[in-house]
Structures are given as C-alpha cells and as structure tokens.
Design a protein around this ligand. Structure first.
Ligand code: AMP
Length: 415
C-alpha cells in the first residue's frame, strides 16, 4: 500500500471546509484592500531562489526540492515572493501599471524535518505590494495582515516588528555582530557556529536557550540604522499607532533571507508552541526587483502559513452548511423521475443528492439523516401518478405532498 510522503497531508472532507473558509475570507479582505490575485507556477528555475533568498540561507543550503532535467535545474518553490517578483518583471508589470498589489495562495515546498506546524508541503496565503518605497505601504501591509487575522477570526496573536535598515545598514549590523560574538562562538549552538560564518543575522533569532542568553546581552538596539532608515521606521510605527495596531519592537527579529531590508515583521501565536510559533511573517525587499533584472523599486510583502492558521483554528467558525435535499425513489419508474427532478434541483442551484444503492425506504432515510439533509423527497407509485412528491422536513418532522411543478419554489422559499 502506498503512503503519503512524510511532511505532506491529505486534506479531507470535514477539514477542507476550514481551508475554504480561510481562502474565501482572505479573498474578500484582499479585495477590500484592492489586491489582485496572481498564480505563478509551482516550479521555477532553481537559480531564481538561490539569487533571491541567498546561497547561505537554510532554505537554499538544505531545504529546496531540486529537479534536474537534462541541462536544467528546477526547484519546487519554497516561498512565493521570488516567483511574484519574477512574474512582475517578466510580464512588464513594472512598466504598466508600475505599482501593483498582488496576492497568492498555494503550496510551498521545503525539505525540512516534519513536526507539528512544520511540513514539507505547506500552504501560503501571501501578498506583495511592488513599486513603492513609502512607509505608508508598510503600514498598509501590516494593517492588512491584522485585518485578515481579525476576519478569520484569530485572536491572541502578537505582532513583532523591527527594521534591518538598507543594504549598508545590514552590512553594518553584520560587522557589529561579528565583532560582538567573536569571543563567544564556542558557546553558540552547532547551527549558530555555522551561521556565524555564513548568515550571522540568524544567530539573533535562534531558539536555542544558550544562544538566546548571549543575544540578550548584545545590546545592539537600532545603533546600525542610518538616519533615513530610522526615519522610515519611525513613520511606520507612528502609522501603526494611528491605526491602533498593537506591536512590539524587537531588535532580535531579523528574518533569515537575504532579500529583506528595512521593515520586517512576524506574527506569533501562543497556540503554536515555542518552536514554530509564527503564524506569518514578512517585510520589505527594496533591492530584490533590481537584483532580478527589473527597475530599482521598493516592495514589501508577507505570507501566512495556512497550516499554522488552522492550528489556531479553534477560533474559526464555519458558516452554516448549505441545506441538502435528498431524493428517495421507490421502484424503477420513480427512479427515472427522481433523476429528472435531481437535475432540475441542481440546475436551480439547490444542493441535492439521491440514494444510488437502491436501499429500502428505512435504509435510505437513515442515509439522509447521516448526511444531515434538510428535506427528503419521496417518490413512489402514488406520487408518480399524481405528478407530486412527498416532502419531508427533517428538522420539523413534518411531511406534505406537493406538486412536482412547485417543488423548486417551495424549497427556495423555505427559511
Ligand atoms: P517564511 O517564508 O519561512 O517566513 O514562512 C512564512 C510562514 O509560512 C511562517 O510564519 C509559517 O506560518 C509558514 N511556514 C513556513 N515554513 C513552514 C513549514 N515547513 N510548514 C508549515 N508552515 C510553514
């Protein structure tokens, strides 16, 4: 028997309704903020990600699913931003309309050790605003993340923000960290020993206890930020204050990818546990569009992990299911009429089904009950002769005979 690959999941009926609810709510909220959906491919040239995320990042070093085909090396996308920026440039969206607000939903792939909230195929709901350096768009993006969570609804999350500064400031921060951690490398965890040489910023958000103790004593605050980046960050914070969005500033929030500059943020939720506590994260990437061959222009985005949203799902309420009409027929001639009525109900947009297994009336009624049908239609010999149906209201335990011609109106008019 075949089994699914570790770190992947079958999303089954019963669970999928929560996914649909999250997707529908997201689409509504994105629309309200004037974001438009984009659907890039799941597979891209591997080099796109190497170039965007950075060779030294953990995703590129260890987690990409690589497919080699003759001379070409492809990768299953580990995240959405690089693909969206590639699509923005390739489809000339940088020329017309220039400034775009896009969102996407779909699978991402990272070859990680599977555990709660960490899969190899997982799903992002993300968005990107490309074409502006203005702090107003940072504020909009963070407010959009907050509005999405309110709409799902998910409560009890924390928004953490920081600024990494421009490319020059990031270099400054790198040097500062190299200097301050120089004598402490022996006390760092094994991963951070590697990070010290390759991607030192990641030491700042390491979850290992002894690394955290060291980081807490570094006292870097925002000393590496140039006046322009400090000004930008102050405007972002002021905007969030005006919108009454609660946030915490943490100098240890760095985000591991090379493309991030200036504002970065993360949304944490206590229900996810201490190791994988982020519902979503994002930030500015003001150099990436140019890096990938487009114009010099600012951009910012974020992504939520849908699996993580669902771990906080206790709070997400499903809408009431559509009422189902279940048709039970007795005998072959009634069966033909039943199929005809079923088609009519479905064409009228009424969710409906029938018993395909020729059960007894009792067995078919039990099935209707299991399916939670609101109405059962029974068609036997009498009903056939009279061109009527027996309509049972399952909740009220009442029944009436009505003409087949009036069936759709009767069901549509029921509260
Ligand atoms: P990242 O691109 O790593 O910042 O991811 C953004 C969000 O995607 C995270 O905050 C998580 O909610 C989610 N995420 C990232 N990696 C995984 C994974 N392996 N499994 C499930 N969710 C993930």
């Amino acid at each position: 028997m075949f089994k699914r690959i570790p770190g992947t999941k079958d999303i089954l009926p019963g669970e999928i309704e929560f996914w649909q609810k999250i997707a529908q709510t997201s689409r509504t909220i994105f629309k309200v903020h004037n974001y438009h959906e984009i659907c890039p491919p799941l597979i891209e040239e591997a080099a796109l990600f190497n170039r965007s995320l950075g060779e030294a990042t953990e995703i590129i070093r260890k987690q990409m699913f690589i497919i080699k085909k003759e001379q070409d090396t492809y990768a299953l996308r580990p995240e959405g931003t690089a693909s969206v920026v590639r699509a923005y440039i390739e489809n000339n969206l940088d020329k017309d309309p220039g400034f775009v607000k896009l969102y996407y939903m779909g699978s991402m792939f990272r070859c990680e050790r599977p555990q709660k909230g960490r899969q190899r195929e997982f799903h992002h709901i993300g968005c990107e605003a490309i074409g502006s350096y203005g702090p107003e768009i940072d504020i909009e993006i963070i407010a959009l993340a907050d509005n999405l969570l309110t709409a799902y609804p998910i409560k009890g999350y924390r928004l953490i923000i920081n600024s990494l500064g421009c490319a020059k400031d990031k270099n400054e921060l790198n040097s500062l960290l190299k200097e301050r951690l120089k004598d402490k490398t022996g006390e760092l965890c094994e991963d951070c020993k590697v990070r010290y040489g390759q991607n030192i910023l990641r030491v700042l958000d390491c979850k290992n206890e002894s690394c955290r103790e060291i980081v807490e004593q570094l006292d870097i605050a925002d000393s590496y930020l140039c006046p322009e980046c400090k000004g930008h960050f102050n405007k972002v914070k002021k905007g969030l204050d005006i919108l009454k969005i609660k946030y915490e500033v943490s100098p240890n929030l760095v985000r591991g990818l090379d493309y991030y500059t200036r504002t970065v943020f993360e949304i944490k939720h206590p229900d996810l546990g201490p190791q994988q506590d982020a519902l979503g994260a994002g930030g500015r990437y003001d150099n990436l569009v140019k890096e990938l061959g487009g114009p010099e222009t600012g951009a910012i985005g974020f992504a939520f992990g849908v699996e993580r949203l669902l771990l906080a799902q206790g709070q997400i309420q499903l809408d009431k299911l559509e009422d189902l009409v279940y048709i039970i027929t007795l005998g072959d001639p009634a069966r033909d009429k039943g199929l005809e009525l079923l088609q009519g109900l479905r064409k009228a947009g009424i969710p409906s089904d029938t018993d395909y297994e020729n059960r007894s009336l009792k067995g078919a009624m039990r099935k209707a009950n299991d399916l939670g049908a609101k109405f059962v239609l029974i068609i036997g010999e009498d009903e056939l002769k009279e061109a009527s149906v027996t309509l049972k209201d399952m909740a009220k335990s009442t029944q009436e005979k009505i003409s087949q011609a009036k069936l759709i109106d009767r069901i549509k008019s029921s509260p």
